[in-house]
Design a protein around this ligand. Structure first.
Ligand code: ADP
Length: 764
């Protein structure tokens, strides 16, 4: 410790090294990030501390100086651990650095208050801790903060070391941990009264700060594990060799007793020496290998790995299989636990799509968008491999878009090896950490690059085959779609042809009725004066027929406007109960006549909804009317409702109501369940329909359901039907579901596909 005896060196030594560190930090990294700025401050305060500490233990020539020195050292020792904790948080890239800074600042202010005995704080501490001097009380308070902050920083670092799985990141954290231990041990020692201990402490702290600077300023830190391994291997092999030599000497000594002839002893000594010379090198190598195996999980034969690899992957045309095989063989030699292939596809917009084909371990995520000229892809494109560690730490990769880095990060891979063919990137081999958690050595990476080169041709073939398969699947889908569209078109075409037949049939019925009544009236006039009763019957008949005519024409007009114009809705707050009751009232006499029962459940409790009363009545009337028509006499119709809630993203909840109208009627074939909502579509031949708006199977023009759907959609709702099928002997029944939003979306009335013109509203 002779250097430290000289006061100048004691003061200047650490301070100069801290200054050099400051200059180095500025030169290498500048003050571009908070980590470097806080480190800069930490070093500055470290210098003040070092000077204070040195003054406090040296320069006894002037009695005041040591006291000032102690003061400076104590005050700065309140600040240093706070900065150390902030630095640790920034280094580990955790959140909360600001808060820690604020709390730390408050703490330092508190220490100052104690130091100056403001509010009698110092005295209070002195008394409660039974200390004799104010300085002791300040020291005790500083010590508390020091232990808290330093301890906190250490716990945080240890926690991250345990939590983080990636070897290179862990290695970096290990450096930080060692630095923290050195700094805290150093600072701890300087607090002890002994002069020499304090000097050793200052030196230890300096070492810690140096290590911290190293961990922060250089990205490629030698693996601690490797250093320890090499040291341990050297120690073990030296021990083994020494034991061998000692053993041999002992053996020789023992043997020589039995050799009367000195020449014989000489010969045996020579033999022993030769044997030792031959043995020593392989023995040392074997011990090293053994230690390696213990630490690194053993080496592997790269030539064999290559041979196995190419044998395994050539001729595989299935992409998934190729990846599984490739990662499988790699994992056997390198003991990798996770791996996948990233496939890059150039898109029309110039971006590159990155898709993952999992090989081993749980890796499955959606494709992502990459910038082909961004730092990550250009690096790989150039045929250079990339470590996740580099993406996380090196400034040039940190400049890559956040989405790219986040996507790669969640894959939990360690190394990316480009697979190129004719200088074009065809894929990327992504590998997770090894089973023994050792980092990939340069040799490992070289072998993997060679394997990647071998994969290029197989991968290109497999990609071609997979593209072809995808194309084939697309074609099949397209074909299926065409067939079903064709079937649908055929049905619609038939419906349109039928429409003329239906329309003329529908219109002719009331006209015939009007003509019939006109004839009756003419006869009555000819044969004498018609009685008032006759007149009343005739006028009622004519009126009924004309109402029916009007209804049919209105429905036709309504339906003809579907999909053409937007629907003007008169929004009011209304109860579904009222809507259903008004709609059902239209059919009360028909239901009675046909001895059907209509029940309504659970509608009272539903929330009021926003909508157009007349339009909704029209829709429900059409639906209920159909149930009356397609249910035989004596059947039943049940209407029920329930509220529905669904989360609409961003924490909002959308409220709906669902109404079901179930009948015990003839049912609807699954094939027809969508088509019946198309305009003019009717199940079966029009000839088979009987006329009349409420008779069993009484035909309409096939417009009721399209109108109902148009209205419901215009309210932002949906309607569909469920039925086991059509059967006119077993009557399986149908259930219509109507879902309506409680509050109408603003755009619904204009955007929803089907809408209708504001024509007079009628029942069906
Ligand atoms: P229509 O005027 O023919 O009743 P809609 O558009 O109201 O026209 O209905 C289309 C077709 O849907 C009907 O022809 C009928 O075959 C079928 N349909 C509608 N509602 C029911 C129901 N409740 N039960 C069975 N079939 C139904």
């Amino acid at each position: 410790m002779f250097g430290f005896q000289t006061p100048v060196i004691v003061i200047a030594g650490p301070a100069i090294i801290y200054v050099v560190l400051i200059l180095l930090t500025l030169r290498k990294r500048g003050l571009d990030s908070w980590l470097h700025r806080v480190f800069f401050l930490y070093l500055l305060i470290g210098i003040v501390w070092a000077i204070g500490k040195s003054l406090s233990i040296s320069l006894g020539l002037y009695p005041l100086i040591p006291t000032y020195g102690t003061l400076i050292a104590t005050d700065t020792l309140a600040i240093l651990p706070v900065l150390l904790t902030v630095l640790t948080i920034l280094f580990l890239e955790r959140s909360g650095a600001q808060w820690t800074g604020v709390i730390g600042g408050a703490w330092v202010a508190f220490v100052m208050l104690v130091d100056s005995n403001a509010f009698g704080l110092n005295l209070a501490f002195q008394n409660s801790l039974r200390l004799s001097t104010p300085a002791e009380a300040t020291n005790a308070v500083v010590l508390m903060g020091w232990s808290g902050f330093t301890g906190g920083a250490t716990v945080l670092t240890v926690w991250d070391y345990i939590r983080i799985q990636r070897p290179l990141h862990r290695n970096r954290i290990l450096y930080w941990l060692m630095a923290l231990v050195l700094i805290s041990v150093g600072e701890g020692l300087t607090m002890s009264p002994g002069e020499t201990t304090a000097q050793i402490g200052a030196f230890t702290r300096l070492l810690g700060v140096l290590m911290m600077a190293y961990a922060m300023l250089s990205y490629y830190l030698p693996s601690v594990r490797n250093v320890v391994r090499q040291g341990f291997a050297a120690m073990v092999s030296t021990l083994v060799t020494a034991t061998l030599f000692l053993g041999s000497f002992e053996l020789l000594r023992w043997l020589i007793q039995f050799m009367p002839n000195p020449n014989m002893a000489l010969v045996s000594a020579i033999v022993m020496a030769v044997l030792l010379t031959i043995l020593v090198t392989p023995l040392r190598r074997a011990t090293r290998n053994l230690v390696d195996k213990l630490f690194m999980g053993g080496g592997y034969d790269s030539a064999r790995a290559l041979r196995d690899y190419s044998a395994a992957i050539t001729n595989i045309l299935d992409l998934d299989m190729l990846v599984t095989m490739a990662v499988g063989v790699i994992s056997e030699s390198l003991e990798v636990q996770r791996g996948a292939l990233l496939l890059t596809t150039e898109r029309e917009d110039g971006r590159t799509e990155m898709r993952i084909v999992p090989g081993m371990g749980e890796v499955d995520t959606l494709p992502a968008d990459f910038d082909p000229n961004g730092p990550i892809l250009s690096h790989l494109q150039a045929g250079q491999r990339l470590l996740q560690y580099e993406i996380d730490l090196l400034p040039q990769f940190r400049a890559a878009p956040y989405e790219e880095r986040a996507w790669l990060n969640q894959l939990k891979m360690e190394l990316y090896v480009p697979i190129r063919r004719q200088s074009m990137l065809v894929g990327i081999l992504a590998l997770g950490s090894k089973a023994n958690e050792a980092p990939y050595t340069t040799q490992d990476q070289d072998v993997l690059s060679t394997l990647a080169d071998q994969t290029a041709v197989a991968l290109q073939n497999a990609r071609l085959v997979s593209d072809l398969k995808a194309l084939n699947a697309d074609m099949t889908d397209l074909n299926d779609e065409l067939v079903s569209t064709n079937r649908r078109l055929e049905k619609l075409d038939a419906a349109k042809t039928n429409f003329i037949q239906i329309a003329s049939h529908e219109l002719r019925t009331p006209i015939t009725q009007v003509r019939g009544y006109a004839d009756i009236m003419a006869d009555a006039v000819q044969t004498g004066t018609p009685t008032p009763a006759q007149m009343a019957q005739i006028s009622q008949g004519i009126s009924r027929a004309s109402v029916r005519l009007e209804e049919i024409i209105s429905a036709m007009l309504d339906a003809s406007q579907i999909d053409i114009e937007s629907l003007n809705l008169n929004r009011t707050l209304l109860s579904v109960m009222t809507v259903v009751r008004m709609a059902a009232d239209n059919y009360s006499s028909a239901i009675q006549q046909r001895r059907q029962t209509l029940t309504v459940h659970d509608l009272e409790g539903l929330p009021p909804i926003e909508g157009d009363l007349q339009r909704l009545c029209q829709a429900f009337s059409n639906l209920i009317g159909n149930c009356v028509k397609y249910t035989p006499d004596g059947g039943s119709i049940a209407i029920a409702g329930r509220p529905l809630r669904e989360s609409g993203g961003h924490g909002t909840v959308n409220e709906f109501i669902e109404i079901t109208i179930a009948d015990t009627g003839i049912g609807i074939d699954p094939d027809d369940q969508e088509l019946i909502f198309d305009t003019f579509y009717r199940v079966g031949s029009p000839d088979l329909h009987s006329t009349g708006s409420t008779k069993f199977k009484g035909a309409g023009p096939g417009l009721g359901l399209p109108i109902a759907r148009g209205v419901i959609r215009a309210h932002g709702g949906r309607v569909w039907v469920e039925s086991p099928g059509h059967n006119e002997t077993t009557f399986p029944g149908s259930t219509f579901h109507i879902v309506l939003p409680v509050s109408m979306p603003e755009a619904a009335a204009n955007v929803i596909a089907s809408a209708m013109a504001p024509t007079p509203v009628t029942g069906k």
